[in-house]
Design a protein around this ligand. Structure first.
Ligand SMILES: Nc1ncnc2c1ncn2[C@@H]1O[C@H](COP(=O)(O)OP(=O)(O)OP(=O)(O)O)[C@@H](O)[C@H]1O
Ligand SMILES: [Mg+2]
Length: 344
């Protein structure tokens, strides 16, 4: 009876804080929050008040008056503004509960792979300030591997390439552990930057990162000879300094995508080069699983497959793989006890 009443006020949740988006999974409900990791603040006296965050904050990008500031508290998967991030997460958790706080929940936090101990500590401090003493964190690669249905707890080598916004993480997993891993700061953000630089250099067009991201998501294709579509937009021609209407095609930007995608391919080669012949044989047989929001770029599976001469598969809902895996772990206490970590 008491246990039932207690459950009404308490819930376990999984939390994946990304450079682009934050996702929260409630144990009893599933995905309850999936919004940009963005906060708009305004200075009021000595206090920095949160004006808005998440989806609504997106409309403020490039449109804030001088009295307001827009914050990306996570950059390259590293928390760069802990105080703001903590307030953001606290409000996001409340939003999942219709505006009221949960009694200190047990939080399973998805921890980006390959951070320094100080960078991890920043997240761990937030985790223990917001969650209860049973809170744990689990490596992104293990969560995304589980969420992509890889047999991560079997004696078989599986390779996962998780292309996020701020980084790409590569992991070779076996028996619930990581046999090898690599992290590069190439992700969706640097791909956007590559599109901006390429259009400037090759077509003398000036575009912002926000437009670059929209073009990438709408018509981007990793393969230079892949299907070409066009994206009409009004942009500045730097030869005349005038704005004009242009059609940007998939082929216009594919060349620009090549260098960052090559860096992802070389991170994969590095990870594979360090594992045992047995694990290598498993990888050759099973192929590579791609996950993370960046894996939704058209043709990235074919590009990596021809670069690496291995079969490449796309996870189902690749952008949700890590939060889905973390959500699954909330119901698998034995596996969570095995792979969850409690301190730095
Ligand atoms: N259709 C698409 N084509 C290409 N890229 C896409 C597409 N849809 C989303 N993305 C990119 O996916 C990235 C977001 O992925 P994800 O949600 O995995 O990042 P994140 O978890 O916030 O970041 P990280 O874990 O690296 O800190 C963004 O760069 C976004 O532009
Ligand atoms: Mg992520």
């Amino acid at each position: 009876m008491f246990e039932q009443a207690w459950r009404l006020f308490r819930t376990d949740l999984a939390l994946d804080i990304g450079s682009a988006r934050t996702r929260i999974f409630l144990q009893d409900q599933g995905l309850a929050y999936d919004e940009p990791t963005l906060v708009v603040t305004e200075q009021q006296g000595r206090q920095e008040k949160i004006v808005t965050m998440g989806n609504q904050a997106k409309q403020y990008l490039g449109r804030c008056p001088p009295t307001m500031a827009i914050h990306h508290p996570v950059v390259q998967s590293i928390c760069v503004k802990p105080a703001i991030l903590e307030r953001y997460i606290k409000q996001a958790i409340q939003q999942c509960n219709g505006g009221s706080s949960f009694i200190r929940p047990k939080i399973l936090m998805v921890m980006p792979h390959g951070l320094t101990s100080q960078e991890r500590k920043t997240y761990i401090d937030i985790l223990y300030r917001l969650g209860n003493r049973e809170s744990v964190f689990v490596d992104t690669l293990l969560c995304a591997g589980l969420g992509s249905q890889l047999p991560i707890n079997e004696p078989i080598g599986s390779i996962l390439v998780h292309i996020g916004h701020g980084s790409t993480q590569v992991g070779i997993m076996t028996l619930s552990g990581l046999a090898a891993s690599q992290r590069t700061t190439v992700g969706g953000a640097s791909i956007n930057q590559a599109i901006v630089s390429h259009l400037q250099k090759e077509r003398q067009l000036e575009i912002g990162l926000h437009l670059a991201s929209a073009i990438k998501e709408s018509i981007g294709n990793a393969e230079v000879h892949g299907e070409s579509r066009s994206y009409p937009c009004t942009v500045k021609d730097t030869t005349t300094n005038q704005f004009r209407q242009v059609d940007i095609t998939s082929q216009d930007i594919a060349q620009g995508l090549y260098p960052p995608l090559q860096q992802i391919a070389s991170a994969i080669r590095k990870a594979v080069s360090t594992v045992s012949p047995e694990l290598c044989a498993d990888i050759i047989q099973q192929g590579i699983m791609l996950s993370g929001g960046g894996a939704q770029l058209s043709g990235v599976d074919d590009f990596l497959s021809s670069e690496l001469r291995l079969p490449v598969f796309l996870s189902d809902q690749p952008h949700l793989s890590s939060i889905k895996g973390a959500g699954e772990l909330l119901n698998n206490i034995d596996l969570l006890d095995w792979i969850g970590e409690e301190n730095g």
